[in-house]
Design a protein around this ligand. Structure first.
Ligand SMILES: [Zn+2]
Length: 440
């Protein structure tokens, strides 16, 4: 497997991902997507929406506001418990996420443990630590023209609550039968103490979450089915290699405060085996909390039995950037062609930013350029994701398209003018074949 630097560097030089606000010296924990990156990202998100919402009879979409009533975060437990352990070095006054100082430390690390393990400050090398404090990761903001306690609000730290708060609206408006799911894609924000590892841990990111509502005694069955669907999506829709994906049962003491069972689906990233996504059984925790905090009835009335109860919830939760980083990791390949090192992205055809690149063999022959434009127009009308490239020589164009992940390069040469055939060159094998334009 390649190292992360190679992926970061390819992403920058080919227009996938840039440092956020780079022109002003950057903004820690933010990344911007360039033309190729946004294309790949959107395709991943569209595949997800198609697989989970459009193709299924039982999952519906919602799209809630990012800034929600702050009562949301009190009821969900985020105001009280959504925090990371923060520690300050008393020598250089740098602050660190305490549990990330050393691999041996757990999330519930104390100052005593850090002192006992003789952990040195990564900045100044001394070991004179302050107390571990809990740092709330929600981004605060103020709504309206005043900045007091009453105007305080937060950028959502997860999309899930935007689903739960609309659960009642949905059952009162479209009356879905249980089990049913609500899905949402959108931005979430976490004030990470130390964002790191490219787009793996960022302060602003995109989630794709499903809350799947079930009758309480059936949760095990649905958990199993949804887990299977998650694998189906990752392996057969997104095309991640099975052997790079691992299920990790999360121990009770490591689970989020709301969960009675969680499986992390991990992936072999260049930074090691890390969480790609999670599936959690959230019980009726969220709906109970909302019922308590809002005094609204969150019960579901079964049309057949007439029974009323609060449904339980299973949540498959995906991070777009983590999925994208997995796709890039699996696709990044180095090989050798005629003694020359080559870098390519073996992206699945349906995720590649461009399916075809069309170019004239020579840029300075008007008859070739004209014919190539004709072919380009035909393919562009048919497939949309088609690019034009007449820069440099043909070898350089191939290298560039290989790095972007374009599966096929179509080249128009003098034979094309005589017999209407073109050369189609395959990204993975570099083999070329001659085919009729009409067969493209
Ligand atoms: Zn220090």
């Amino acid at each position: 497997m390649t190292n992360l630097d190679n992926i970061v560097s390819l992403c920058k030089r080919r227009g996938f991902i840039f440092n956020g606000s780079e022109v002003y010296g950057g903004m820690a924990g933010t990344w911007d997507f360039g033309p190729l990156g946004v294309s790949l990202k959107r395709k991943i998100m569209q595949e997800w929406w198609h697989y989970w919402v459009e193709k299924r009879p039982d999952i519906y979409g919602v799209d809630a506001a990012i800034i929600m009533n702050p009562k949301t975060w009190e009821a969900s437990g985020h105001t009280a418990t959504f925090s990371d352990p923060l520690i300050e070095c008393k020598e250089c006054h740098q602050r660190f996420r305490a549990d990330h100082l050393d691999e041996s430390l757990s999330e519930k690390v104390t100052t005593e443990e850090i002192t006992e393990a003789d952990i040195k400050c990564p900045n100044c090398g001394k070991s004179n630590w302050g107390d571990v404090k809990q740092f709330n990761m929600m981004f605060a903001t103020h709504v309206g023209a005043t900045t007091d306690d009453k105007s305080l609000a937060y950028l959502r730290p997860e999309t899930a609550q935007g689903i739960f708060t609309n659960y009642k609206n949905v059952i009162d408006s479209i009356y879905p039968d249980l089990p049913f799911g609500l899905a949402q894609q959108g931005k979430a924000f976490r004030n990470e103490i130390s964002p790191r590892d490219f787009i793996f841990r960022t302060r602003e990111f995109e989630q794709m979450e499903i809350e799947y509502f079930v009758t309480p005694d059936t949760w095990k069955k649905h958990f199993k089915e949804l887990l299977k669907d998650c694998h189906d999506f990752l392996e057969n829709v997104i095309g991640l290699p099975r052997e790079m994906i691992h299920d990790e049962e999360v121990a009770p003491e490591d689970r989020a405060h709301y969960s009675d069972r969680t499986i992390d689906i991990e992936f072999d990233y260049p930074i090691g085996r890390e969480e790609l996504m999670g599936i959690a059984y959230r019980t009726d925790f969220d709906l109970q909390n909302i019922q308590r905090a809002s005094s609204k009835n969150m019960e579901y009335r079964d049309k057949n039995t007439g029974q009323s109860f609060i449904p339980h919830v299973i949540e498959p939760s995906f991070g777009v950037e983590r999925l994208m980083m997995a796709v890039l990791t699996a696709a990044y390949t180095e090989d050798e062609i005629d003694g020359n090192k080559r870098v390519l992205l073996k992206l699945p055809e349906h995720l590649a930013p461009y399916r075809f690149c069309v170019s004239p063999l020579l840029k300075n022959k008007p008859e070739l350029v004209e014919k190539a434009k004709e072919v380009y127009d035909i393919l562009k009308a048919k497939y949309h994701n088609v690019t034009w490239d007449d820069s440099g020589n043909i070898g350089k164009r191939y290298r560039k398209q290989d790095e972007i992940g374009t599966p096929k390069c179509v080249v128009i040469d003098f034979d094309t003018l005589n017999n209407n055939t073109v050369t189609v060159r395959d990204r993975d094998t570099t083999e070329q074949e001659r085919i009729e334009i009409t067969e493209l």
